[in-house]
Design a binder for this molecule. Structure first.
Ligand SMILES: [Zn+2]
Length: 125
């Protein structure tokens, strides 16, 4: 029981679902969800609703406090705009996989091994 995590959603206990209703017959309450793991918000929230509730309550403060608010647009330049793609219609295994540059649209053929290698990239940073 002790290694279960509680959902960090600020209103989790207010959602009237059967699994949140706990306690003995004459002493029932809706309670914050407890699980061994959660899928949302880095393992902190039981649902997208709870994640959104938290963000609506604290998101502005968190952005300002922990990272600093983004005040200028970030730029992804040509040399880092390569993404992997493949042509599923191609019968030619040698030319099926490629990088395509999102800005210049240049294509460069790669092998299947290079395509599947998550660390293989043409991007500089
Ligand atoms: Zn929740």
């Amino acid at each position: 029981m002790s290694d279960l995590k509680l959902c960090q959603g600020t209103s989790c206990h207010t959602y009237n679902t059967k699994d949140r209703l706990k306690g003995s017959k004459d002493n029932k309450t809706f309670q914050t969800r407890r699980r061994s793991s959660f899928y949302y918000g880095g393992g902190n929230f039981c649902s997208l609703n709870c994640q959104n509730d938290w963000f609506n309550d604290f998101g502005n403060k968190a952005i300002d406090h922990f990272f600093g608010r983004t005040t200028e647009p970030k730029h992804l330049t040509e040399e880092n705009a390569w993404i992997k793609d493949y042509d599923w219609r191609s019968d030619d295994e040698q030319n099926r996989y490629y990088f395509i540059n999102g800005i210049t649209r240049e294509q460069r053929i790669i092998t299947r091994e290079q395509y599947e290698d998550r660390n293989y990239t043409l991007n500089i940073s």
